[in-house]
Write a protein that binds this ligand. Structure first.
Ligand code: NAD
Length: 365
């Protein structure tokens, strides 16, 4: 296959590109090498052709599309800072430009695989004893300010229990999630209408060796490990009992390969199928690092975060894919890798300061 990976110089893109090359495929990368993911030119694996360009620029897409038959669209803007318009420019407009070019019929592309996220589910699915399955509204800032972390039932206001969320209902609670859903809807609508095969992959919290520590806005393992490398304890948002599904980047790369090949058109959750609390992750890392430190929960929260994000992975598993790595191995490998990196510096403090200054991270009263 001739594959174009947008954002292929990033964390998931490099791993997927390596796997594709190993299996004898040809890989072109379209990436603008933008900060914070890149603070210096990356050393791309040998064999990947880099087109340095921006998905917001038509001419850069033209240079990169060439003879490629399938596109893995990973490039996106993702952070928690209030750069709302950039989220839509890169994510939605960039994808719209790709489809404009595909419809002109001058490319060889027959399939588009889009990287999406659990953020499209917002608070996701819960069960209420009285009202059955419900999808809570975004959590109110006044409740978070009081340290009330769990969302109420949107019908009766009572307590609800988190459930695994399947692919059927997407209701984002952040501008980022909305921009990814806009991107998804473009791929689905235009792909369906114009006979271009499409697959949407909604990743859980992707972790693993080589996750760049330059971008400390998200990625709990990287944030905790970076603090630990500076002899500081992990500081957890909320009370640390948020449920997440941490999935290894190599498992995600294998799912990407399946999607580029024969996976039937549709949207699929890509995650390990095992839910862990964030405090579990922190403790697992502390064990891996043989550290005496303990996690701290000063009541900080991030506006727009979902309380729990627990994907149902049965649709993807039914196609034969399964996650192979677990939490212990991910934490151990990441800690080992981080310690081998030169010049670990203060990226973490920079990101933390910026998120507090812009009101993205706040402290409950
Ligand atoms: N890492 C995760 O936990 C996670 C979770 C859910 C979804 N995803 C999705 O996976 C995809 C890849 O994520 P990642 O973790 O590899 O991120 P990353 O930041 O490591 O890589 C993204 C790459 O996109 C490039 N890029 C950014 N803006 C661009 C633009 N305008 N034009 C061209 N290139 C641009 C960056 O330079 C970078 O190399 C994203 O679409 C993201 O939404 C990631």
């Amino acid at each position: 296959m001739k594959v174009l990976i947008t954002g292929g110089a990033g964390f998931i893109g490099q791993r997927t590109g390596q796997l594709l090359l190993k299996q004898g495929h040809q890989v072109t990368v379209l990436d603008n090498l933008s900060p914070p993911a890149h603070d210096r030119p990356p050393a791309l694996p040998a064999g990947m052709e880099l087109v340095e360009g921006d998905v917001r620029k038509r001419e850069d897409w033209v240079k990169a599309l060439k003879e490629n038959e399938v596109v893995l669209h990973l490039a996106d803007h993702h952070d928690y800072l209030p750069a709302f318009s950039k989220l839509f420019h890169v994510n939605a407009v960039g994808t719209a430009i790709l489809f404009e070019l595909l419809l002109e019929g001058k490319t060889a592309v027959r399939r588009v695989v889009l990287a999406s996220t659990m953020a499209v589910y917002g608070e996701g699915k819960y069960r209420c004893g009285k009202d059955g399955d419900v999808y809570p509204q975004p959590r109110r800032v006044d409740a978070l300010e009081r340290g009330v972390w769990d969302p109420p039932c949107p019908i009766c206001g009572g307590a609800v229990t988190p459930m695994v969320t399947d692919e059927s209902v997407a209701r984002p609670t952040s501008a980022y999630g909305l921009s990814k859903l806009a991107q998804e809807e473009l791929v689905r609508l235009l792909g369906e209408r114009h006979g271009i095969e499409w697959v949407i992959l909604r990743y859980g919290a992707v972790q693993g060796r080589a996750q760049p520590f330059q971008n400390a806005y998200y990625g709990a393992l990287r944030i905790f490990a970076l603090r630990l490398a500076h002899h500081q304890p992990p500081v957890l948002l909320e009370d640390g009992n948020q449920l997440r599904d941490f999935v290894d980047v190599d498992d995600v790369a294998r799912a990407n390969l399946a999607a580029l090949g024969e996976l039937p058109t549709g949207a699929y959750n890509v995650a390990s199928g095992r839910a862990h609390t964030v405090i579990d992750l922190a403790r697992t890392l502390l064990r891996a690092a043989d550290s005496e430190l303990t996690p701290e929960t000063p009541g900080r929260y991030r506006v727009g975060d979902a309380r729990h994000a627990v994907p149902d992975v049965s649709r993807l598993k039914a196609t034969g894919w399964d996650a192979q790595s677990g939490l212990e191995a991910m934490a151990r490998e990441y800690w080992q890798w981080l310690q081998e990196q030169p010049n670990l510096d203060t990226y973490f403090e920079g990101a933390e300061y910026l998120m507090e200054r812009t009101g993205t991270v706040r402290v409950a009263r």
